[in-house]
Structures are given as C-alpha cells and as structure tokens.
Write a protein that binds this ligand. Structure first.
Ligand code: AMP
Length: 415
C-alpha cells in the first residue's frame, strides 16, 4: 500500500514513522522534512493547494492519503480527492469549519447540547462590554478566527476584560472560565464510527509552570491514566458521538476538554491530529495503523480498535531562541545521533538540510520522544535524550508531564 502523508511538521513525521513500520507500506510525504525522508520519499507539493496535492497523489499512485495540518483541510483537499475517487483520511471542508470559527463552533455545541463553557457571542465592542455583566471573573475572551493560540485572554477583572475587548476586535466569544484539568481527546472517525486514541495532555505555554505566552505546544505526554474508563465513556456519549452524528465527520476529531467538577466540557474542536500530541500517541500505539486508516477512508472502522503499549510516552519540544516570538533560522543542529542512542526517537518539526548539514527552519525544531514503564520513567528517558542535543538559542520546558505525576498522587478530579 502506498500512503501519502501531507505536511512537514513533527505530527507528520510521527505519522510517517509509525506508518513506515506497517508491513507492505511505502510512505510518501508532501512536502515532508529531513526526518520524514528517513521513513519514505519526500515530494514537493508546489503551492500546497488541493489541486497540487492531488497531482502528487496521482503521480505516485497513492492508495491512501493522510492529512496533517488544518490549512489544506479548510481549503478543501478532502473534497478534491473524493471527487477524483482517491482515498483520503480527513474531514470535508464543510466540517473543517468547526476549527476555523469559534462562534460557529460554540453555536454548534449549543445546537447539539454538547457541554461547553457558558458563552455569549458578540459582533461589536459595545455588545461585548454589555455581555461582561453576565459573567463572574475571571472571564475568557476569544477572537473569532484562527489565531494560533494568541486570540484568547483570561481576564481577571473588568479592566483587563475591557482591555482585551479593545485588543481582540469586534467578533468575539465571551465565556465562563472553567476549572479543571485540560485533556486532549482525539478520535479517528469514519462518518459513523469513532475510534478514540489514548488521552494526552499538551503544554501550551512557553515556560515551566504554565507561564509565558501560548505556543503551538511545547510538549505532551500520553498515559491511559489521564482518564478513567467512565470519563472516556462520558466524553464519547456527550461530546464525540453527538458531534459525529450531527456532521458525519470523517478524519481526526480533536476535542480540547476541561474536566470540570460537572464533567467534561469542550473548549474547542480541532479537525486534525494535535501537534505535539501525535508524537507520544504514535510512540505508544501498538496497533498496525495503516489498515485502520484505510478502513477509516472506506467508512469501515466498525471492526477496528486501537491498542496501546503499557506505561507512558512523552514528547519534549526543542524550540528556537525567541519562539513563540521571532526567531533565527539556519542554525546548525548537533547531537541527534547521540540522543537516539539513548533509545529515544527524535521527530523533526522545523528542520532542513543546509550547506553544513541539519539546521533549524522553524520555531518548533524537534520533538524528543521516549517511552517508559510509567510516566516518571518516560519523562526521565526523554530528558536524557534532550540533554544530548544542542543548537544555538535552543530552549525547552523542563516540566513536561509533571502535572500528570502530581495528579496521580492526588487522584483525578472531575467525573
Ligand atoms: P482555545 O484556543 O479555545 O483552546 O484556548 C486556548 C487556551 O486558553 C486553552 O488551552 C485553555 O488553557 C485556555 N482556555 C480557553 N478557554 C477557557 C475557559 N473557558 N476556561 C478556562 N481556560 C480556558
């Protein structure tokens, strides 16, 4: 089976790495990265439009295509492939809207009685100020469109809230602040059936202790203990099943949840796998992924399930100096072989081959991923490998997974 992975980040490298372990699978990547080149063949996707990506799939006679990032999904890549009769895993453009607009998503949750934070959506600043009267502080204020995590302000008092309203624009969602653990719940869907992945937890803030600005994600861990079976069932019944029934969703549906004292509530839906969550997920998955993805594309997920290795896995992101603000590129990277000699796997997120070898080309550069018998063991192995890698300006969080360790000592809140 020839499988084409669309994208060039750590999430896509992890997918390509996992798929390359399936028997009789040949992996292609468009455009891919130097890490993905070790799992298969990278092909330029020219301008990355659905038409260009379809041309790549046709040029290699791909039997199946898997989409990593949201941009091609929103642009209609799945619709284009289906119209041409090519198998693909991902949502139609119509369903990709669940990620593109916060107002659209909140209205969707309300229409289908999917539990979410109480909210008001507004179109003007005057309405936004009026809406503040209906909430206690802290209150959460969100810009409507895609804002890469920068469009959300948690305001502690009215002055901060009014400042956020000025800064974020006219179309806003104002919502209740939810207390509880954040969980990334991702499932593969075929329009009817839902196959959940193990739960993961992301670390969005740039600095230790969840401080500093939001990023694309500085690390994640995967451990089945993040959720009890009862919690997973409740998430499936109250959030995932109603959403898939209402939309016929195909592809990866990612619910960003808060496990409140009243049960799980959705902060947002993404219409693709999470990055970095995919790295620890692929690392811990024991199921042969290729046949499951092929079944998802055919609408035949029903007989399948995912199995997971015992223990836990952790991914620590190594970022460029200055990220999430501006950063240099073209910085030489050293020590990957030594890091892999410790038993870890290094997923490439923002790398390229320059005149002097491997160098940086993005804010998030590498995802150092390792597994262990338990979360503490996985954390230790991941950081052992991290310490072997160096590039000028490199920075990373030193506390990936530590929230999980703290939680297992005090029990899981929420029901
Ligand atoms: P979002 O882009 O909606 O996922 O929000 C970004 C981050 O802000 C989330 O990952 C949460 O940490 C935080 N956040 C967003 N909405 C809420 C809320 N209603 N209550 C508490 N924290 C929130």
């Amino acid at each position: 089976m020839k499988i084409l992975v669309i994208g060039s980040g750590g999430r896509e490298h992890a997918l390509a790495w996992k798929l390359s372990q399936s028997a009789d699978v040949r992996v292609y990547a468009a455009p891919g990265n130097p890490g993905m080149a070790r799992c298969g063949e990278c092909i330029s996707a020219s301008d990355g439009t659905p038409k260009a990506l379809l041309a790549v799939a046709e040029s290699v006679s791909a039997d199946l295509t898997v989409v990593g990032p949201e941009a091609p999904l929103v642009a209609g890549v799945v619709d284009a492939f289906r119209a041409a009769g090519r198998a693909i895993v991902g949502p139609a453009a119509e369903n990709a809207r669940l990620e593109g607009s916060k107002i659209f998503a909140k209205d969707f949750f309300r229409r289908h009685t999917i539990p979410t934070a109480e909210f008001v959506s507004v179109e003007t600043r005057a309405d936004a100020r009026k809406a503040l009267d209906r909430f206690r502080f802290p209150v959460v204020i969100k810009a409507d469109g895609l804002a890469a995590g920068k469009g959300v302000v948690i305001a502690e008092d009215r002055a901060q809230a009014e400042h956020a309203i000025e800064a974020l624009g006219e179309r806003l969602v104002i919502e209740e602040f939810l207390e509880g653990e954040e969980v990334s719940f991702i499932a593969l869907c075929d329009g009817r059936d839902i196959l959940p992945f193990a739960p993961t937890q992301d670390h969005k803030r740039v600095n230790d202790g969840d401080t500093g600005p939001n990023t694309g994600g500085m690390g994640a861990y995967c451990d089945s203990r993040i959720l009890t079976e009862a919690q997973t069932e409740r998430i499936l019944n109250t959030i995932m099943r109603p959403a898939v029934e209402a939309t016929g969703f195909t592809g990866f549906l990612y619910a960003g949840l808060i496990m409140t004292a009243d049960g799980p509530k959705v902060l947002e839906f993404n219409v693709r796998l999470g990055d970095p969550e995919t790295q620890p997920l692929m690392y811990r998955m024991s199921t042969d992924l290729a046949p499951v993805l092929a079944a998802a594309a055919r609408g035949e997920l029903g007989r399948h399930s995912f199995a997971w290795k015992r223990g836990a896995s952790v991914c620590v992101v190594l970022a460029s100096g200055g990220y999430p603000g501006s950063y240099r590129t073209g910085v030489s990277i050293h020590g990957i072989e030594d890091a892999e000699a410790t038993g870890a796997t290094i997923f490439h997120a923002g790398t390229r081959i320059g005149p002097g070898g491997l160098e940086t080309t993005g804010g998030r550069v590498l995802g150092v991923t390792a597994a262990g018998q338990d979360l503490a063991g996985a954390i230790e192995k991941a950081y052992q490998a991290v310490h072997k890698i160096r590039f000028d300006g490199m920075h990373y969080r030193t506390d990936i997974g530590s929230k999980g360790l703290a939680r297992y000592n005090i029990g899981v809140p929420g029901t």
